[in-house]
Write a protein that binds this ligand. Structure first.
Ligand code: NAD
Length: 484
């Protein structure tokens, strides 16, 4: 990459690259603490300009009347562009959020696959002829909203961005993408790839800046007709309030505190691997992290001892180091938050079974590293059991029987995901239906697919992304009647 730490990255508005120095902010590599480059922060006028550019482009016949298979062809070329730039995109993500190289590469491949999936949906999804109840022909047709704003978090930027941008474009909208201030560059690179793929200028705009200023102004803008947001529950609530004022639809993918359940009859080796991957992959910075472990009482002590021993062998290292399994936390500020939550747990009487500290040694000293951490001896009301930590911290809890388990697992404000390990498929089915969660994994964890709708129960969100219906999220239906 040619950027120096002095580079100011411009935004993409109406097909033009626009730098804005006022209020520009630093992108910092969390593995080293060194500045990568600086990122433009959009002024109020530039937010207005982006909304205007998006509307103008969306109304042009070149986009408005483009046939679905032609839109699909552009989406496929964007996917090809992502594949051709896979190393660059993975590198940008790695130096901004510190995820290990293998995961960054996998996420780029998954994002490209999402564009291909929605290309397929775009050219095969039809309108419907509805049963007539008189002398007429009636249809349900689907219109785009017009200008859609997509706001994304930093943990898996490109996959989240693809999950919103691909279906929103397939649906015929113009999109303004506002990436997290921690991971602005993958989105900017996606904007360049989309232009090169032949997407008309102004159809995808990438506007950078802070959530509380640029994000908020975009959400409140009268020209924006729909917002698709992934991020924390607090931010989601603020966006829902703003959307209520405008009576604007929103899709909200929010936080989680997902229960990961191990019954006494489970394949324990497989369950331990599943629990470790479920919480420590991505340093625990995953919305679906299995952060509350429930082990059945009979096996609890032995299971947790084995789990602690195996998790203690995870390799915490620089994200591009050979064999690294856990990189740093994505920012120094976020590590502080994790540390303060673990300290709070100690004060509430938690027993630190593993970690609870930064790794030792010079090599990782400059980065925002934190060791895999397992806490025991917690009451179900402890803060760390109730609140999302979004870090490599697992709360180990015990249950007696199915009723006790379901009661504890559902005793949460969140309802994003859950996992069950058992050899008894009837029990798995019973529990899966009783859990209040948008995803349930049985004898596996964190298995995600673009073809399966995803979203949260309770305070984990509103709406479902992915799948065929993930395209309809960005359209509104219209009844059309032909008198006969
Ligand atoms: P965050 O809510 O702080 O920020 C997310 C995005 O929203 C950023 O782009 C930010 O700039 C913007 N933003 C913040 N406040 C805003 C406001 N008032 N108006 C408009 N935009 C605003 O979240 P984060 O720290 O970037 O990400 C971590 C959170 O995201 C965790 O809670 C995690 O569980 C959640 N998450 C959820 C999913 C899911 O699919 N459910 C996936 C990944 C992450």
């Amino acid at each position: 990459m040619s950027e120096s730490s002095e580079t100011l990255k411009p935004m993409l508005i109406g097909g033009e690259w626009i730098a804005q120095d006022d209020a520009a902010f630093d992108s910092v590599n969390p593995a080293t603490g060194v500045r990568n480059y600086r990122i433009s922060a959009a002024s109020d006028a530039q937010v207005d300009q982006a909304v205007q550019a998006a509307w103008q482009a969306q109304r042009q016949p070149a986009w408005r009347d483009m046939l679905p298979h032609q839109r699909a062809a552009i989406l496929r070329r964007i996917a090809d562009g992502m594949d051709q730039n896979a190393s660059l995109l993975a590198q940008l993500q790695m130096i901004e959020n510190g995820k290990v190289w293998a995961e960054c590469k996998a996420q780029v491949a998954s994002a490209a696959a999402t564009f291909r999936y929605y290309a397929g949906v775009c050219e095969t999804l039809g309108a419907e002829v509805t049963p007539a109840r008189g002398n007429y022909l009636s249809m349900t047709h689907y219109d785009p909203y017009g200008v859609v704003v997509a706001i994304t978090p930093w943990n898996s930027p490109l996959t989240m961005e693809a999950q919103k941008v691909a279906p929103a474009l397939a649906a015929g909208n113009a999109v303004i993408l506002k990436p997290s201030e921690v991971t602005s560059s993958p989105a900017l690179a996606l904007g360049r790839i989309a232009l090169e793929a032949g997407l008309p200028p102004g159809i995808l705009n990438v506007v950078t800046g802070l959530g509380a200023t640029v994000g908020r102004r975009l959400v409140e803008h009268p020209g924006v007709r729909m917002v698709s947001f992934t991020g924390g529950t607090g931010s989601g609530r603020a966006i829902a309030h703003a959307a209520a004022e405008k009576l604007m639809p929103v899709a909200l993918e929010l936080g989680g505190k997902s229960p990961h359940i191990v019954f006494a009859d489970a394949d324990q080796d497989a369950a331990i691997d599943g629990v470790i991957g479920g919480i420590f992959e991505g340093s625990g910075q995953s919305c679906v992290a299995g952060s509350r472990l429930y082990v059945q009482r009979g096996i609890a002590q032995a299971f947790i001892e084995k789990l602690v021993a195996r998790a203690g062998r995870l390799k915490v290292d620089l994200p591009d180091a050979e064999g690294a399994q856990m990189g740093p936390i994505a920012s120094f500020g976020h590590r502080e938050k994790i540390e303060s939550m673990v300290d709070g747990a100690r004060r509430e009487g938690a027993e630190v079974l593993l970690g609870g500290a930064r790794p030792e040694g010079k090599a990782l000293e400059a980065g925002a590293f934190y060791r895999p951490t397992i806490l025991g001896g917690l009451s179900r009301d402890a803060h760390v059991v109730r609140e999302e930590i979004f870090g490599p911290v697992l709360c180990a809890l015990i249950f007696d029987d199915e009723d006790d388990l379901v009661e504890q697992a559902n005793d949460s404000a969140y309802g994003l995901a859950s996992g069950i390990w058992t050899a008894d498929y009837r029990r798995a089915w019973r529990i899966a239906r009783r859990l209040e969660a948008g995803s349930v994994w049985i004898n596996t964890y964190k298995q995600l697919s673009i073809s399966t709708p995803f979203g949260g129960f309770k305070q984990s969100g509103i709406g479902r992304e992915k799948g065929v219906s993930g395209l309809r999220l960005y359209q509104q239906s219209k009844g059309i009647y032909f008198g006969m």
